[in-house]
Design a protein. Structure first.
Length: 533
């Protein structure tokens, strides 16, 4: 009697239970297993996934079973796994920020060490599922999966909005005593947030007060692998609509910061260095100062030609110190004595371009990003300005009408009737715009080493017994599949088993037996230890 018949017989008698099923599977495996597993077989196709310290079950938030059905068994299971994260968060932004802060590589080990076991498992399952979404699917599929995933994380009545409703919102989150609409986007670093102008205007024309956007921006390494994601959030309302949709051109202008220094600080300040002569003056030792030159604004919001550059500021000679007057004028150098006699310890100051490194503007550290302002250019339009409003002048007219309107819904109804964009056009919010004008909620590092580090730390926190339990469940599932899904030698198979097939199936069978034993022991020990705590 094969395993199928044994299981069928037990089900018919209605006496099947988990323990008996394991016994039947083990008996069938013993009858058919004939060899010792090889390392290659044990690794299998999913070797990379099993390199993690803990293998969690794969749970996928789907539209019908989870995203739109609060209270369903699948939804309750998902919420149980995710429900321990950032429980005090009041808004979507707070929740995402708290998750990103917990998983920050600099503190994640300490956070996991101090977390309860349920909390550690929740964050682990979030990371497991989130990385799976981003790395195993293209942007379109990942974006669709992100919708029920985020809705379920917030729990309660939060739902994914069915596409059949024609709503521009992807999900509606329950917080602040109401269901708030949110549009979700997963983008590459230079990707635009875009959507139907008609649908967004229609949202406000029908009385909508806001449309919140949560944007996940993927950062990729040189090989194309996703290394990090950054979360942004911005809220489009009836009052700030024209700041976001079809707006005029914006410009970046360099920020300057006044730095106080002396030439003897070369080597102590990252923006001062010694260098050889080059085109200015005689040969000798020069002091170079890091500056930013060549910047000029463009309509696209880029800083054309602006870059960090080292300027030759002073030449140190035996006879004294000579100042490069051109460079001194360019950086507004102050503090040079009236007689021109300059010493290494003379206190100087200069207006240098501010740099941003870790949020500290003016730090001037090598490789830092130029700090700049981001302001609108009145009267200069973009392609979106023309497509959606007709021109910069028409945009100004519509904006003035909105400011004077006491009935926002009626105003947006008029936009639907008369604005050029209402004829099937899309709006675009470029990366520069939303990254500069929205709130950055946080970053999550998802490189292989960083994710592995989180799982390693969680394995220590959860303990050996529970780790063995989860891994045994995963391996049991793998090996049962390898055993029963072998397409040879079965009653309905015309293929004969080769020696290699028999060896693989037998190896899987023996490993499944061991997995089931490990699982049973681990479950007993884990449950017993939890009861005693």
């Amino acid at each position: 009697m094969d395993i199928k018949e044994r299981i069928k017989q037990r089900f018919d008698k209605k006496t099947i239970n988990f323990q008996r099923l394991l016994e039947m599977v083990e008996q069938a495996f013993v009858e058919q297993a004939t060899s010792v597993p090889s390392k290659k077989l044990l690794e299998g196709d999913g070797a990379k996934a099993r390199q993690r310290s803990i293998r969690l079950p794969t749970i996928i938030a789907t539209e019908t079973s989870v995203g739109q059905k609060p209270g369903s068994e699948e939804r309750e299971q998902f919420e149980m796994w995710m429900g321990q994260m950032a429980r005090d968060a009041q808004t979507p932004g707070d929740k995402i920020t708290a998750i990103a802060e917990f998983l920050d590589p600099k503190v994640v080990e300490k956070n996991i060490e101090e977390a309860s076991i349920p909390q550690a498992l929740s964050y682990l399952m979030f990371l497991n599922s989130f990385v799976y979404m981003l790395k195993e699917f293209n942007a379109s599929v990942a974006g669709f999966m992100w919708e029920p995933f985020l809705a379920t994380i917030f729990g309660g009545k939060s739902i994914q909005v069915p596409t059949s409703e024609g709503d521009i919102a992807d999900i509606r989150i329950e917080f602040g005593g109401k269901m708030s609409p949110i549009s979700l986007k997963i983008l590459n670093e230079v990707g635009d947030v875009k959507g139907s102008f008609t649908d967004l205007v229609g949202h406000f024309a029908n009385g909508g007060e806001e449309m919140r956007y949560v944007v996940v921006v993927k950062k990729q390494s040189g090989k194309g692998a996703i290394s990090e994601v950054t979360f942004y959030e911005f809220n489009i309302t009836a009052d700030n609509f024209f700041e976001w949709i079809g707006n005029v051109a914006y410009v970046e202008e360099l920020k300057l910061v006044n730095q106080k220094f002396s030439l003897e600080q070369v080597g102590k300040k990252s923006w001062l260095k010694m260098g050889s002569a080059d085109k200015w003056g005689e040969e000798g030792n020069y002091v170079w100062v890091r500056h930013a030159v060549g910047g000029r604004p463009t309509k696209a919001g880029a800083m054309m030609g602006a870059r960090p550059k080292w300027l030759r500021l002073a030449l140190i000679e035996k006879a004294g110190i000579r100042i490069n007057t051109d460079a001194a004028e360019q950086i507004n150098l102050q503090g040079v004595p009236a007689d021109g006699t300059l010493q290494l310890d003379t206190k100087l100051s200069a207006d240098l371009a501010a740099f941003e490194a870790g949020g500290a503007a003016g730090s001037q550290t090598p490789g830092a990003t130029l700090a700049s302002t981001y302001e609108p250019l009145p009267g200069q339009d973009t392609k979106d300005t023309k497509d959606l409003w007709g021109s910069a002048e028409e945009l100004q007219n519509w904006s003035a009408m909105a400011a004077q309107s006491t009935n926002k819904a009626a105003f947006f109804q008029e936009v639907l009737k008369s604005a050029p964009g209402a004829k099937g056009k899309q709006f675009h919010i470029n990366a520069k715009h939303y990254s500069r004008k929205s709130a950055e909620l946080g970053k999550i590092r998802i490189t292989v080493p960083s994710v592995k580090n989180v799982f390693d730390a969680a394995a220590i926190r959860i303990g050996e017994d529970m780790t063995l339990m989860f891994n045994s469940m995963a391996e049991l599932s793998d090996n049962v599949g390898r055993f029963f899904l072998s397409d040879c030698g079965g009653q309905e198979s015309s293929a004969a088993c080769t020696e290699k097939d028999i060896e693989k199936r037998g190896a899987a069978g023996k490993m499944a037996i061991q997995n089931s034993k490990d699982l049973e022991k681990a479950v007993v020990k884990s449950v017993k230890s939890l009861k005693n705590t």
